[in-house]
Design a protein around this ligand. Structure first.
Ligand SMILES: [Zn+2]
Ligand SMILES: [Zn+2]
Length: 253
């Protein structure tokens, strides 16, 4: 399976609009971060996890001509606001399968009512079929996906494990029971917002502690704020099997 980091930024992306913070003004391409999302490809399958406001730009940048579905982690706008841009894919292949955690189905149906409307549909609207995700394994193509449930502040959201790869974003705390599903990973992707603590996201130290506990072979950090610092400087401070993700980074597992 090939993993492409479509975006590795927190909710506002980097640079933040109008910001004069040095990281926002950096000319290093690794300091430019679109909203967090990944593309997973194997055989002829192509799936994305989350579909934020930069989805269109991400699909164009990576030359993606078709996808087989979108898997959502939670309802926040930085993970869902690009949903209208599945249109070109729907026009080619029909209803787009959307894998939506049960808790947020109604939320997305209300916010994107024109996509899910059964009657009086606007002709150009995207069309989708909902696959409800509960905390049970489900299949994508010929692979089994294991949802991982954890807390993002006060809301319960999902990350996903496929084979020995796991993608956890917007995590703040996770139960011991769910941690058991994360043993024996080759690659763990996990969020690390900034150095200071935050009420709904892991800080860099929090993320490093979780990595230390779960012992994946390699870990990549995502959902990064400009407050974390310059990519090149922060990377130097990390343990040897931990890397800062960056937009366009590609991994094989
Ligand atoms: Zn987020
Ligand atoms: Zn969030």
């Amino acid at each position: 399976m090939k993993i492409t980091f479509l975006g590795t930024g927190t909710s506002q992306g980097i640079p933040v609009i109008g910001s004069t913070n040095p990281v926002c003004l950096s000319v290093d391409s690794k300091d430019k971060r679109l909203r967090s999302s990944i593309l997973l490809t194997w055989q002829d399958y192509r799936f994305v996890i989350d579909c934020g406001p930069d989805f269109r730009q991400q699909m164009l940048r990576e030359n993606v001509s078709a996808i087989d579905g979108v898997i959502f982690t939670h309802e926040h706008a930085d993970h869902t606001a690009g949903l209208d841009d599945i249109r070109p894919f729907c026009h080619k292949t029909g209803d787009m399968p959307l894998y939506i955690p049960e808790r947020i189905v109604t939320n997305l149906e209300q916010r994107f009512d024109y996509i899910f409307a059964k009657e009086n549909r606007y002709r150009g609207a995207p069309s989708a079929s909902i696959q409800v995700v509960e905390n049970n394994p489900f299949t994508l193509g010929d692979k089994i996906v294991l949802p991982i449930e954890f807390m993002h502040g006060k809301i319960s959201i999902f990350g996903y494990r496929i084979d020995d790869f796991a993608y956890l974003t917007d995590l703040k705390s996770i139960s011991d029971l769910e941690k058991k599903k994360l043993q024996g990973l080759d690659i763990l992707v996990v969020n690390a917002l900034r150095k200071e603590p935050h009420p709904t996201h892991l800080s860099l130290d929090d993320a490093l502690n979780l990595i230390q506990e779960l012992q994946p072979k390699k870990a990549y950090l995502t959902h990064i704020s400009h407050k974390l610092g310059f990519h090149a400087e922060v990377q130097k401070e990390l343990p040897e099997n931990v890397f800062l993700g960056y937009d366009g980074l590609m991994l094989e597992v």
